[in-house]
Each structure stands twice: as C-alpha cells, then as structure tokens.
Design a protein around this ligand. Structure first.
Ligand code: 5AD
Ligand code: SF4
Length: 447
C-alpha cells in the first residue's frame, strides 16, 4: 500500500441494527474530534467507514461490491479513498477481507473502533491495520463526550450475547454479554440530554440482561437502571431494545406500569410459534411461556404495543410448524414486527442441520406471515384513531409545513402546523394507514 494523506473528510455508512447505527455515530464523533469533517452531500470522502452487518444474507459479498464501487469512483476522480471496514463482518471475516481487498486499509471490529485514530495514522504512513480484539469496556471510556444530537438518541448499555441461538452469529461477532457500568451510563445519558436528546433508546443485544451496581454498591437489574434514568429532569421518554424472554424479571414487567417516562412499547422476539423449532433454535422458551409473559406485560400496562422478530424456514420447519407461528401471531396481535427468511450463517450450529427449506417455500411462508403481521399493524393503527397522545417531533415531513414525529407506541404521526424539531406536541389521531397516522395538533406540551 502507498502512503496517503491524512484524511480530511469522512463518511460512515452503517448497515444492520440500531447498535450499528449507534456505533456509526460514535465513530463519526471520534473522527470529528480528530479534526476530520463529514464529507458534504454528493462529494466523495477521503475516508469511508463501511460499518457492516453479518446477521443475514450475503453481507460479506455486499461489502466487497461496496469496496469495488468506492475504488472505481476513486479511479474516475483520480483519487484513492482510505477505506475502513468496521462492524460484524469485519469481526467475523477480517483476515479474508484484508487478503481479498487490497484497497482496504483498516479492518476494525465492533469492540475496537475507539482505536481508529491510531489506525488512521498507521494507514496514512502506508501500513494496513487490523484490530478485532474484544477488550472489555475499554472502548466506551476512550470515546469522546456526546456533543450535539437530535431529539432521539441511542445509548448502548449492554453488548454481546451468551444465548447461542443456533442460527445466530451475534455471540461470535459481538462476544460475551457485558454490561456497561451504571455511573458511566448515567453520565452519558445526562450528556445526551444536555446535547439535545428528549428521548433515549437503551440498546443491547439482550438489553434486559443488563446488571450493575448503583453508586452505593447496591445491585441493580435493568429495571433499576431505567428507573434511575427516568429521574433525569429533561429526559422525557425512555425506550429500549432488544429484549430476550429469558431475561424478563418481575421488576421489568412492573416498571411498565410505574415509570411514566417509559414508553408503552415492548420488542420481545419469539422467532417461531412451534415448540419443536424453538427447541432446535435453542431458544429455551416455549410458545406458551412467551404468551404468558406478554399477558403479564399487558396486565401491567394494558395499552402496551407489542413487537417481535420471526424467522421462517428454519432447517426442518414443516408446514404445520409454520402454521403454529401464524397461530401465535394471531393470538398476540402485534403492533409491529420484523420477519426474516432463515439464512445459514457459517460457523453456526443450524447451518449444518438437516432439512434446509427451499427458497421458494421460505418466500411463500414469509409472504403469508407478513400478510398476518401487516393486517395486525394496520388494525393497531386504526384502533389508535380517536386517541389523543403526545408526539415527539423528529423531522420535517415530505410536504411543506408538515412535521413527523412518534407516538408513545412508536407509530409515525404526521401533522401540519407550527412546530420545531424536538417539540413535544399533544395531538389527536385522526386517520390511520399501514405505516403512519395523521394527527391534528391540540397544543404544544414542551419545546
Ligand atoms: N437468519 C435469519 N434471521 C436471523 N436473525 C438472526 N439470525 C438470523 C439468521 N441466521 C433475526 C432474528 C433476530 C433478528 C435480529 O434477526 O429474528 O431476532
Ligand atoms: Fe442472536 Fe439469540 Fe443472542 Fe438474539 S438471543 S443475539 S438471536 S443468539
């Protein structure tokens, strides 16, 4: 590799989950602290960070085609961008990337990106660098303070996963479960609020597995953290994602009935409605135990909006087993959900199981499942019509004078009138579509 100039502009492209979005924001802040500025819209950047996702599909192939595109655009413009591959593909396939893509200067895993500045200096002096270490905790301590954020912000409180669902790469790419310390989290939350956040979404692969100690050394669970965050005066809303059924506690259910700032929304993946499939997935819950949990959340907070994740076509899934998933969906009535075709991930136990389901069957099952989920999402939105709720304004809408925000139940609500980003307005919900609602503003609650 040739020596290259220290980059002056950067672009971070994040794929995949919200944690990657959070990591992408933190990398951007870190680069900004080094005096590197975001590349203006439509202009090539000196440094491109591809923050990759490995959870499904041919993610790695996509990375190579992105790299190819960047190299070509660089050649056409007579320049050579510095390319960093970050995220879970970097973690899982770092060495291969380095071997296959000479244009890549840096490979950096999700636990090591605080070391980007040194890696950039190294790359500028002509040395390629790989860092896929998983040092506990070091990353967050090394990242700069949050300075300016929008009204909604993410905060990673927990990372990694010890559950080892047989289809999933996360335990390998993100490592073992770790919880960030309580005082660091409260400090970061306070700085997010100071920087403009009105809503914080607590993130973790198993967010409700978080444990820690408060300042007096008393042990706290996830609900203790949420209650402590709710005491931050200018923070108006708290959300969290993603939870695991096995880490649900009494306290976590109770907080939904007791903490006003906690939004009535729960994303609790189930993956399948068939106990045989759940067992083969190593989920350690049954369809019935999951439904019972949801019942208890509904008792604590009757208007809670439910969301989940589903996989169709897990190896060996029969038509009858798939129909058990449809029956579970019908029993719950989800407000929102995410559904995927099973994708064999190299190195996971399911990848070598018998009975891989043909793509055409998976396509057909996914369509049927999504028909049920879409029906329920529309029904949930329609049932909201006539309600009055607070809407946190996130951005301008497509039409002039239009604004877009979120209801407590995470629905997109658009409305016309006087407002600004970050306002909380009270609105009556007038009309519902599959993906959004139209509201009318009654009053401004806070700015
Ligand atoms: N194939 C399909 N979907 C998957 N998910 C995780 N791994 C796979 C896979 N190999 C889905 C699960 C999980 C969500 C984040 O992604 O539904 O909850
Ligand atoms: Fe993957 Fe299962 Fe862990 Fe979720 S709980 S990250 S699906 S292994």
């Amino acid at each position: 590799m040739h020596k290259s100039d220290t980059p002056r502009t950067y672009r971070v492209k994040s794929f995949g989950c919200q944690m990657n979005v959070y990591d992408g924001e933190r990398m951007a802040e870190l680069l900004a602290e080094q005096g590197i500025t975001p590349a203006p819209e439509g202009e090539d950047a000196d440094l491109v960070v591809l923050n990759t996702c490995h959870i499904r599909e041919k993610a790695a192939e996509k990375v190579y085609s992105d790299i190819g595109r960047l190299v070509k655009a660089g050649e056409e413009a007579g320049r050579k961008p510095m390319i960093a591959v970050a995220g879970c593909v970097a973690q899982a396939e770092g060495e291969e990337i380095m071997a296959r893509a000479p244009a890549v200067s840096m490979v950096v895993g999700p636990q090591a990106y605080h070391r980007l500045p040194e890696m950039i200096a190294q790359a500028a002096s002509g040395k390629r660098a790989t860092d896929t270490d998983m040092p506990e905790d070091a990353k967050f301590a090394a990242l700069p303070k949050r300075r300016k954020v929008g009204p909604t912000a993410f905060l990673t409180i927990q990372e990694g996963c010890d559950k080892f669902c047989t289809y999933c790469v996360v335990p390998y790419t993100r490592g073992a479960e770790i919880s960030r310390p309580f005082s660091d989290l409260l400090r970061e939350a306070a700085s997010l609020v100071e920087a403009g956040a009105r809503e914080i979404t607590l993130l973790g692969q198993n967010v409700n597995a978080w444990t820690g100690e408060d300042v007096t050394g008393r042990e706290l669970g996830f609900d203790g953290l949420v209650r402590a965050m709710a005491a931050l005066p200018d923070l108006q809303r708290i959300r969290y994602t993603t939870s695991h059924p096995n880490d649900v506690t009494e306290g976590m259910i109770a907080m939904h009935g007791e903490v006003d700032k906690l939004m009535p929304y729960l994303h609790l993946p189930v993956q399948s409605g068939s106990d045989r499939v759940l067992k083969a997935m190593n989920r350690s819950h049954t369809a019935e135990s999951y439904l019972k949990l949801l019942e208890r959340f509904r008792e604590a907070r009757p208007d809670i909006a439910l969301s989940g994740d589903f996989i169709v076509g897990f190896p060996g899934e029969t038509e009858a087993e798939f129909e058990e998933t449809l029956a579970l969906v019908d029993a719950v009535g989800y407000a929102q959900a995410f559904s995927f075709k099973y994708s064999a991930r190299p190195g996971t136990p399911a990848a070598t199981m018998d009975g891989h389901v043909p793509m055409a069957v998976m396509d057909e099952r996914l369509q049927r499942l999504q028909a049920h989920l879409n029906r329920d999402q529309l029904a949930f939105n329609q049932a909201s019509v006539g309600k009055t709720c607070d809407v946190l304004v996130e951005r301008k809408g497509k039409k002039p004078g239009q604004w877009l925000g979120k209801s407590p139940w995470l629905q997109s609500v658009f409305f016309e009138g006087e407002a600004a980003i970050g306002d909380m307005v009270r609105a009556s919900l007038e009309e519902a579509g599959p993906n959004s609602l139209r509201g009318e503003v009654l009053e401004k609650v806070s700015a």
